[in-house]
Design a binder for this molecule. Structure first.
Ligand SMILES: Cc1ncc(C[n+]2csc(CCOP(=O)(O)OP(=O)(O)O)c2C)c(N)n1
Ligand SMILES: [Mg+2]
Length: 326
């Protein structure tokens, strides 16, 4: 689908929704309303939004431990997501997933995952299931540069390539794996270069440029939908915050972080593109940010006012209901 002013405005707003959701989640974790580790997605918004801009409602998404952005980009509602982080019964997983296992099956967002690289197998499986059912659904797996060192990466991509499955492997290369720079642990600088081992296309793109993300992934989605098999897309990006809340960030300089924030903020870059094209007025920009702010404020209120699960909820939603095998 060609980029239209309407789609650009929607994507721009989604980037703001993610940014503000994350900042609020950070605040709520500091206040103690959200417990457990929190991995923020600020700085990487163009990847989730640019990728999901190409997806249909029935396409699949699997994520990482840093997946709030993937959920919002796939259409999850901030109020149900915030409630999930608060552990409330109104959350997308009835409060049982939390930040690192957040999912929304009603949107085919099949889940974040606290285990690095663990989404790659299920994403490949979802693509296989779609193919066996004869649908043209595609499956997208987001994973970090650290995950590219795991066996699940090779196993998943190996099967995806062998069976020409409709799956797009999206590596969010933010250059660090927790506290370790990629250059300390990997021989190849580019994750995309690993695609050659599986005879699938591999492409490395600027993950701060949503237009490039949208267009390159659009071609990969079209290829997958038409039976052409997987693509490995490496989006070079950067996280603006520490690995998780409380990270003292002794492994990267504040100059480096500041330069990404001031020169490579994906929201600012997209704002420049849109205003240059005459697709976003100052009033529209202000309205978009206001609406996103209101939505996140409402999400906190919704989460605060929602009840916690009771003892009666302990065994519900834990196992999938028994299904007949056709
Ligand atoms: C199998 C496994 N090993 C180690 C960890 C601990 N851990 C959590 S996140 C992380 C770094 C992941 O780096 P990357 O895949 O690049 O994702 P990023 O955090 O940069 O988004 C590690 C080592 C884990 N959760 N699972
Ligand atoms: Mg990383």
């Amino acid at each position: 689908m060609a980029l239209s002013p309407e789609l650009c405005k929607k994507m721009y707003k989604d980037m703001w929704r993610i940014r503000l959701f994350e900042e609020e989640a950070h605040r709520q974790t500091s206040l103690g309303s959200v417990v457990g580790a929190l991995h923020m997605y600020c700085g990487e918004e163009a990847v989730a939004v640019g990728v999901c801009g190409n997806l249909r409602d029935d396409d699949y998404v699997l994520g990482t431990h840093r997946s709030h952005g993937h959920c919002i980009a796939k259409g999850a509602k901030p109020n149900e997501m915030m409630a999930e982080l608060f552990g409330k019964v109104t959350g997308t997983c009835a409060g049982k997933g939390g930040s690192m296992h957040i999912a929304d099956f009603s949107l085919n967002m099949l889940g974040a995952n606290g285990i690095v690289g663990a989404g790659i197998g299920p994403a490949t499986g979802a693509a296989l299931a779609g193919k066996m059912r004869g649908t043209d659904q595609v499956s997208v797996c987001f994973f970090g540069d650290g995950a590219a060192a795991r066996g699940t990466f090779h196993e998943g991509i190996g099967f995806g390539a062998l069976w020409k499955l409709p799956v797009i492997y999206v590596c969010e290369n933010n250059q660090y794996q927790q506290w370790v720079p990629r250059s300390n642990v990997a021989v190849l600088d580019s994750v995309a270069d690993m695609a050659g081992s599986y005879a699938i296309p591999g492409v490395s793109i600027d993950g701060q440029d949503i237009v490039e993300v949208y267009e390159v992934v659009g071609q990969a989605v079209e290829r997958a939908r038409n039976g052409g098999g997987p693509t490995l897309v490496e989006a070079k990006t950067y996280r603006f915050h520490g690995h998780s809340l409380g990270d003292e960030e002794q492994y990267r300089s504040s100059d480096e972080v500041d330069s990404w924030k001031t020169e490579r903020d994906p929201i600012t870059l997209f704002h420049t593109v849109m205003t240059h094209k005459g697709w976003l007025t100052e009033e529209e920009d202000a309205a978009i940010q206001d609406e996103a702010k209101t939505e996140i404020t409402d999400a906190v209120k919704f989460a605060e006012e929602s009840p916690y699960p009771t003892a009666a909820n302990v065994t519900t939603d834990v196992l999938a209901p028994e299904q007949e095998v056709a």
